[in-house]
Design a protein around this ligand. Structure first.
Ligand code: IVH
Length: 677
C-alpha cells in the first residue's frame, strides 16, 4: 500500500489541536476548572475533525475525535489481564474491621497502628486500562479476573478518561485499575427519557453503567453519562521507580491526568478508620454517585507485598460495607396517604424488614402511574429501598415470585380521611381529595390559606397556632375558628393573655370582608385572587356562584374549562357547602352586587372550524364572536363539526368536510349566522 502523503503543516496542526484538546478536556473534566468557553472547545474540536476527514492518516487512536464511537461490533474480543483483577473481602461491622486490622498487624509483626489508604467503594464496574507510551490502547472489563472483555472503543467515549497521559516519565506500559459508573443525576435523566417514551428503564445506576459499557454499538455508549474513577495500578514486573505507598500512587495517577477519588485519605488505626467510614456514610446521600462502603488498603506497598493474597482477594485490603439499602419483602396491602395539598399517595404496607439499619413497614408507591409502570400487585414480593433521609420506596417487584391470587390495586374514589370525592385531573399524576377545607388532612394548610393576607387577613393566626388548633382538635373546619373563646386560646403554648385578645379581635375584624376575599379564602384549586375577583364580579352574589354549572362558569372572562371544572367540583361537595353556611352563620358578611347579564348561548353545543382568510374580520375575531354565542371553534374537522367556514384559499379542511358530509359555509353565511343570533 502506498504511503499517503500528508502535508507537514496539516500534520503539525493536527498535533497542536490534539494537544490543546487534551489539555482543555483535562481542565474541564479532571480539574472542573476550564480555561476556555465550551464554544471555543467545540471550534477546536471541529477543526481537528475536518483535518482528519481530509487526511484520514492523521486520525490517531488517542485523538479526542475518537470518543464519539466506532461501528458496532458483533461481539467483544477478549484480552488477558497482565496482573489478575482481584476482588475484595467484605466487613459488615466494626468487630469485623477490628479482626481485619488485628490480622494485618499480626502478619506484619507490629503492635503499632497501621496506615490505610481509604476511599469510597464505588458502585459501578471495574475496568483495567492499558497505556502504552502514554497512549490509551486497550480497556478490559474484569471478566473472570484473568480474562476480560475488550471494551476499548466504548471506554474511549467516556469523557473523563484521558486518551493520553499528561506530562512525561510514565513507564512505557502501565495498567490502571478503576471503576466506571453512572452519576445519579445522569441515571435519573436517561431513565426519565425512557419512561417518557414508554421504554424499559434501568433498575439502578450500576446496571445502567454496566449496560452502557457493554454495548456493542459504541455510539450508544457515547450518549450515556459514564464517569471513570481510578483506584489503583497493576504493578508490572518491569516497572521501576513507582511510588511506595497507595496514597502516593493515587497522587501520581492524578498528576498524569487520570481521575481519582477526591475523597481519598490516609487514616491510621482503627478509630480513624471508623471515623472515616461514619463520615462517608453520613455524606453518602449527598454524593452524585452510588457507593456501597469504604475500601481500606494498607498504604505501604512493601507491607502489601509482605501480606500477599488469599484465594481471589488481597490480605491487605478490605471493603467495609454500608448496611444494604435494598431488601426483599412482601407487600401485604396498599394504603392511601392524604397530604396537605390533598394529594392522595398510594403507600405499600409491607411485611416489616430491616433496610439500611431501620425497620421499614411502609413504602411510598408515588402515584397511580408509577404503580402501574412497576406492575405492582397486592401480595407481590418486592424490592424496597431506603437511602439516606429519603422516604422508603418500592423499587420493583419480583414477578417470578408472584402468587396466582395477587391482585391489581385500585385508586380510591373517596378520600380515606374525609370521604370526599377523589379525582385525577387530566395531565396530572396525582389523585386529589376534593374535600378542601373539610378534609382534616388538608386542614392546617386550609387554615393558613384562609387566614393569609390576601384571604381573610387574620393577624396573629400563624403556623404555630394553627398546628396546635388542629392537633388539639379545637378547629376541624374553618368556620369553627369563629367559635374559639379566650379560654381555648390562653391554653395554647406560646400564646399569652394579650396575644389571645389580639387574635380574638383579629377574628372579629375579619368577619367584615369582601366577596373576592371570601371566595379566595375557600382555597378552591386553581382559584387565585384574580380569578376570585372575576368570579365575584361576574356572579355578584355567593349563592349565584354556588349554583353555577360548569358551562356557566366557563362564561366568566379568563375562566377555561379546567378551572370551571375545579370550581363546580368544589361546590358539588356537600361538605364544602356546609363550611360556607357555617361561616355565614358565624357572622361573616360582605357586600353583594348584581350578577353580570348572562349572554344568551344560541350556538351552544355546536363546533365550527375556520379555514382560509376572511375579508371582513380576522379569524380570531370570528372565533371570539362564535364563542360569545356559545359555539366551540376547533382546528380539525370531524363528523361532529357543525360546519366549516371557509374564506379565500382554504386548505385541505374543505376536502375533509366534503368527505365527511359536513356543510361548508362562506363568509356571507358567517355574517348571517352572527347577525341572526
Ligand atoms: S480495589 C485488589 N478500590 O469493588 C483490589 N475496588 O469487590 C481490588 N471497587 O472489583 C479492588 N471501588 O469493582 C477497589 N476504591 C475501590 C473500589 C473498588 C469499587 C470495586 C471493584 C472491585 C470490587 C471488589
Amino acid at each position: 500500500m502506498a504511503e499517503v502523503e500528508v502535508p507537514s503543516d496539516a500534520e503539525r496542526r493536527a498535533r497542536e489541536l490534539r494537544e490543546m484538546l487534551h489539555h482543555h478536556a483535562w481542565r474541564y473534566y479532571a480539574l472542573d476548572n476550564p480555561e476556555i468557553p465550551d464554544a471555543e472547545y467545540d471550534r477546536l474540536f471541529r477543526e481537528l475533525q475536518e483535518l482528519e476527514q481530509a487526511h484520514p492518516a492523521l486520525r490517531t487512536p488517542d485523538s479526542p475525535t475518537q470518543r464519539v464511537g466506532a461501528p458496532p461490533l458483533d461481539r467483544f474480543e477478549t484480552g488477558q489481564h497482565a496482573v489478575p483483577m482481584l476482588s475484595l473481602e467484605n466487613a459488615f461491622d466494626a468487630a469485623e474491621m477490628r479482626e481485619f486490622d488485628r490480622r494485618v498487624r499480626e502478619r506484619l509483626g507490629t503492635d503499632a497502628a497501621v496506615a490505610y489508604c481509604a476511599e469510597p467503594k464505588l458502585d459501578g464496574l471495574a475496568v483495567s486500562l492499558l497505556y502504552e507510551d502514554g497512549v490509551f490502547t486497550r480497556g478490559l472489563t474484569r471478566g473472570d479476573g484473568a480474562t476480560g472483555e475488550d471494551v476499548t472503543v466504548n471506554l474511549r467515549t467516556v469523557d473523563n478518561l484521558p486518551l493520553r497521559l499528561r506530562g512525561e516519565g510514565w513507564p512505557a506500559r502501565i495498567e490502571v485499575r478503576g471503576e466506571v459508573y453512572m452519576p445519579r443525576s445522569g441515571f435519573e435523566r436517561i431513565n426519565a427519557g425512557y419512561r417518557e417514551r414508554g421504554e424499559k428503564t434501568f433498575a439502578n445506576p450500576r446496571n445502567a453503567a454496566a449496560g452502557s459499557l457493554r454495548q456493542l454499538d459504541s455510539s450508544i455508549t457515547a450518549r450515556r453519562p459514564l464517569v471513570l474513577c481510578c483506584y489503583g495500578l497493576a504493578r508490572l514486573a518491569e516497572d521501576l521507580g513507582l511510588p511506595d505507598t497507595q496514597a502516593a500512587t493515587l497522587d501520581w495517577l492524578a498528576g498524569w491526568g487520570l481521575p481519582v477519588s477526591p475523597e481519598r485519605a490516609v487514616v491510621t488505626g482503627l478509630e480513624a478508620m471508623q471515623a472515616y467510614h461514619e463520615r462517608l456514610s453520613e455524606r453518602r446521600a449527598e454524593l452524585d454517585y452510588e457507593i456501597d462502603g469504604t475500601v481500606f488498603k494498607v498504604d505501604a506497598v512493601a507491607a502489601q507485598e509482605q501480606l500477599g493474597f488469599v484465594a481471589r482477594a488481597p490480605r491487605w485490603a478490605i471493603a467495609w460495607k454500608f448496611p444494604a439499602e435494598e431488601q426483599v419483602t412482601v407487600l401485604r396491602e396498599i394504603g392511601f396517604h392524604v397530604g396537605r395539598t390533598g394529594a392522595v399517595t398510594p403507600v405499600a404496607r409491607l411485611e416489616p424488614v430491616t433496610v439500611a439499619g431501620a425497620t421499614v413497614s411502609n413504602a411510598t408507591l408515588h402515584n397511580e402511574d408509577e404503580m402501574r409502570r412497576k406492575d405492582i400487585h397486592v401480595g407481590d414480593t418486592v424490592v424496597v429501598r431506603r437511602a439516606g433521609d429519603v422516604i422508603p420506596e418500592v423499587v420493583r417487584v419480583l414477578p417470578e415470585r408472584r402468587s396466582p391470587n395477587a391482585s391489581v390495586p385500585q385508586m380510591p374514589t373517596e378520600c380515606p380521611i374525609c370521604g370526599s370525592a377523589v379525582v385525577r385531573e387530566a395531565g396530572e399524576a396525582a389523585h386529589r381529595c376534593t374535600g378542601g377545607l373539610y378534609c382534616p388532612a388538608q386542614r392546617k394548610e386550609a387554615l393558613l390559606h384562609f387566614a393569609s393576607r390576601t384571604a381573610l387577613d387574620i393577624d396573629g393566626l400563624g403556623e404555630k397556632i394553627v398546628d396546635q388548633l388542629v392537633e388539639r382538635d379545637l378547629v376541624e373546619r374553618v368556620d369553627q375558628l369563629f367559635r374559639l373563646g379566650k379560654d381555648d386560646l390562653v391554653a395554647l403554648d406560646r400564646l399569652g393573655d394579650k396575644s389571645a385578645d389580639n387574635l380574638l379581635a383579629a377574628l372579629e375584624a375579619a368577619k367584615q370582608t369582601t366577596l373576592p376575599r371570601f371566595i379566595y379564602a375557600l382555597g378552591i384549586r386553581e382559584v387565585g385572587s384574580a380569578t376570585a375577583r372575576a368570579l365575584a364580579q361576574h356572579f355578584g352574589r355567593m349563592r349565584e356562584l354556588m349554583a353555577a354549572d360548569e358551562a356557566r362558569l366557563a362564561q366568566v372572562p379568563d375562566i377555561g374549562p379546567i378551572v370551571a371544572h375545579e370550581i363546580a367540583t368544589f361546590f358539588d361537595q356537600a361538605h364544602n357547602r356546609e363550611v360556607i353556611e357555617g361561616l355565614i352563620a358565624a357572622g361573616l358578611t360582605w357586600e353583594e352586587g348584581e350578577p353580570a347579564a348572562v349572554q344568551p348561548q344560541p350556538l351552544a353545543g355546536r363546533t365550527y372550524v375556520l379555514t382560509g382568510s376572511l375579508e371582513r374580520m380576522t379569524r380570531d375575531e370570528a372565533k371570539e364572536r362564535l364563542q360569545a354565542l356559545g359555539a366551540k371553534v376547533s382546528g380539525s374537522v370531524s363528523g361532529k363539526t357543525a360546519a366549516v367556514i371557509a374564506g379565500a384559499d382554504p386548505g385541505s379542511k374543505v376536502d375533509k368536510a366534503h368527505a365527511l358530509d359536513v356543510p361548508v359555509l362562506g363568509e356571507d353565511d358567517l355574517a348571517d349566522l352572527l347577525e341572526r343570533n
